[in-house]
Design a protein around this ligand. Sequence first.
Ligand SMILES: [Ca+2]
Ligand SMILES: [Ca+2]
Ligand SMILES: [Ca+2]
Ligand SMILES: [Ca+2]
Length: 463
Amino acid sequence: MCPAVAVLAVTALGPGSAAADSWHGLGHDSYDRSLFIGVPTASGSPGSAVVLDDSLFGYSLRNSTTYTRGEGVIPAPDDPYAEFFGTAFAHGDLDGDGHPELVVGVKDESPVVIWGSPQGAADEVLTIGVPNGYPAVGDFDGDGRQQLAVLGQDELTVYETFDGREAPAAERVIVDGARMPAHWGEWGEWTRSSPRGLIAADFTGDGRDELVAHGAYASGGDLPPMSWASYFSGGEDGIAFDRYLYEKQGCHEPEGCYVHSAAAGDVNGDGAADLVTAIGGIDRPGVDVYYGGSGGPADERERFGRTALGLPVDEVVGETARGDEGGWVVSVSDATGDGYADLALGIPARMPADFSLYAVGQAVFVPGSATGFDPSGTREIDLDTPGIPGTPDDQTWFGQDVQLIPADGLRPGWLAVSTRDGVVVLPVFRGGPVPRLARSFSAEDLHADDSDFHARDGYNLSS
Ligand SMILES: [Ca+2]
Ligand SMILES: [Ca+2]
Ligand SMILES: [Ca+2]
Ligand SMILES: [Ca+2]
């Protein structure tokens, strides 16, 4: 591996190629409350990403921007059959001009930086040469400026400083060491790891951001999935590998199971971000919390199963979730505005009590508190909940992804839930989410052809 090989390409297009509306028209200059929706490959389309901007009246298509590969400033995919534009999103002011950039991850291809400008998103993009890269933005060295980190198949790259819109190749840092278990000969045929996400947050509470990378092991056969996560601590010298938070975690362990999704937020309000992982597997629905502290996320995790999350224990199947992969996706953010990050959990394979339908799905909201998630405030939301559009059916996959948007002053927080048929967004007030005020965006609204969806991995929600 030669660190000097940086493949970065600048794409600039002439006047008239604008693909973006502006958040400036709304009087704010931030993606902090934007909802990003990655839309997978649809029939005859290379995939797109929709940015819904918050307004005083919530989210609407009138305040949205759609980026489609091969249109406007967005480069066409190298592989027309590549699956997913909008695998991951990150945002922040990378060049220090006061206007935020949006970074869009692309499954199997390289992330794209959409530059900010005084007029909103600019007609200029930068392609970061890390195939299958997951982006995250944070201030890792404490200098007050934001940096871009990208987790690729075999490396974590931190771009130190973007000087204008030039490629920062000379200053990029590749973090060496055993940050992910790349080759692993035990346990049969697992051969390599693959990334699933990169999370930037202040896990120590010192004002500098750290990173957690997580992913899964690939296997050649029908072996059950296993997962790993590694913690990268920061400092004045930048990011360095610290330790694994978990490794080879799978359902073969009495207490463990594989992790499909992870998120960070300050659940207990102590100033340090906490890592929350969704525990999949038939018998182990719920989440694990690794509370942050001076040493980063704790080695000891706290398990919240169905009972601890305030969910009823089913008479027939006990603590299980009446559907496989109980905790499939998590989002953590202070949507109620009380200072404690709240939890949204997506359980898309959930079945009704009489087992008559497969994968109707469910979303769960649990508020945070000084002692962690507070089960007394739990809300279960599904397609039978008054106000939620749609009808329960086989494989509606309600909760295939979830995303919380934080409250901001008088503006409420939001809970977004994706299904086979689109995305539902509902406001979250102090008392929790309000399904009767839900609004929905159909597959057509989101430029998606739902007939092609791999339903459980359909939309990708981010903020
Ligand atoms: Ca900028
Ligand atoms: Ca920190
Ligand atoms: Ca905390
Ligand atoms: Ca809260």
